[in-house]
Design a protein around this ligand. Structure first.
Ligand code: 13P
Ligand code: SF4
Length: 359
């Protein structure tokens, strides 16, 4: 049945030719990736959508927030299609727009009017959202002078934000926020957490006033599984091992690793190794397995011995890819992701600030 699906996907793509572009995130399974015209991390794929302005359909093999981002950055005539609408991201769902609006109001009670700059030209707080968030959240950020970041440019984006504000409200991923700010020298005691389920985020007024980065209580269920014990075990069993983890991992894990970086950082680190090397990787299993197959001169394994796929990325089954491509051949546009225009305009502002902030 797999061969038959491959055949159907190939045939539909051949018929559609230049009219369609298929994008595949690094975490997609091999059966999907083999049909992708572009493979990359979330930042690269956002740019890939821009590189094919003539394609009428962009089939995004990734999760919902990535397809929304592609819709924001592509031409209005281009249809962005998510092969399975149930492919969300549990971390993105942890920051809901009502909770963020509520947090913003409560922060204003402590910090004063949030959009008013003082004599230094800076406002009390700049909101920064990780790419892994809904378009509604990106729109919120755009309306309040804020910006989007990905795991490959989080430090550059935080610098941008600190030039314009005394502190940052960072959501949804506490780990990326904490790991990035810590690497920039922000002390942990100046990073209170905002838990949307607790009154006042569970923080005191003093903590918020003294803060540099207010962290949202969100996390990735795949990356939080990695532990310091796994790193110690890898080092004991493989002397000389190079441990690289994604910055969505908890701080202790990032601190214990040799390096931390985005999915593309991990790929480039392996690609650049000139001597045969053992790599222990702390990120999603489909990417780790693909890298192990692509670089047989190295030994590459996942830190977590129990397979840890991103279950929502995995919802893009090749059967859905075949189905959407065949629908396109038939002149229909299934599973189109379209961000409402009132949200799209400010969300685009926040994304464009990020694209311009990139060094
Ligand atoms: P990248 O930005 O590194 O592609 O990561 C996206 C993601 O969802 C990681 O969990
Ligand atoms: Fe979301 Fe984590 Fe999956 Fe990335 S790996 S899409 S952050 S759930």
């Amino acid at each position: 049945a797999e061969d038959e699906l491959d055949e159907r996907i190939r045939a539909a793509k051949a018929t559609l030719g230049e009219h369609v572009v298929v994008l595949g995130h690094f975490y997609q399974r091999e059966e999907v990736i083999q049909h992708a015209d572009y493979v990359g991390d979330s930042f690269q794929l956002a740019n890939a959508a821009l590189e094919r302005p003539e394609a009428e359909a962009i089939v995004f093999c990734g999760v919902h927030f990535m397809a929304e981002t592609a819709d924001l950055l592509s031409r209005p005539e281009q249809a962005v299609i998510l092969p399975n609408l149930a492919a969300g991201c549990s971390m993105a769902d942890m920051a809901d727009i009502d909770q963020v609006e509520d947090c913003w109001e409560q922060l204003a009670d402590v910090l004063g009017p949030l959009d008013a700059a003082d004599e230094t030209g800076r406002v009390p707080v700049i909101p920064v959202t990780y790419m892994n968030s809904s378009a509604a959240i990106k729109g919120f950020v755009g309306r309040h002078g804020g910006i989007v970041c990905t795991s490959s440019n989080a430090e550059t984006v935080l610098e941008w934000a600190f030039e314009r504000g005394h502190r940052v409200l960072f959501f949804p991923d506490q780990h990326l926020g904490r790991n990035t700010a810590k690497a920039m020298g922000v002390p942990l005691e100046q990073m209170p957490m905002w838990n949307p389920r607790r009154p006042f985020g569970g923080s005191s007024a003093e903590q918020l006033v003294d803060s540099r980065v207010i962290l949202w209580h969100g996390f990735c269920s795949v990356h939080r599984r990695f532990t310091v014990d796994q790193i110690e075990q890898a080092r004991a069993e493989h002397p000389g091992v190079r441990v690289i983890v994604h910055p969505e991992c908890p701080m202790e894990v990032v601190d214990a690793a040799d390096e931390a970086g985005s999915t593309d950082y991990i790929r480039r680190a392996i690609d650049g190794a000139t001597q045969p090397t053992t790599f222990a990787i702390g990120t999603e299993i489909n990417l780790v397995r693909r890298l192990a197959a692509q670089y047989p001169q190295h030994e590459i394994f996942c830190l977590d011995p129990v397979v840890c796929p991103c279950s929502t990325m995995y919802r893009i089954h090749p059967g859905y890819l075949a189905w959407v491509l065949e629908e396109l051949v038939a002149g229909r546009t299934p599973n189109r992701i379209q961000v409402a225009s009132d949200v799209a305009a400010p969300a685009r502002v926040a994304l464009e600030r990020m694209l311009a902030a990139k060094p």
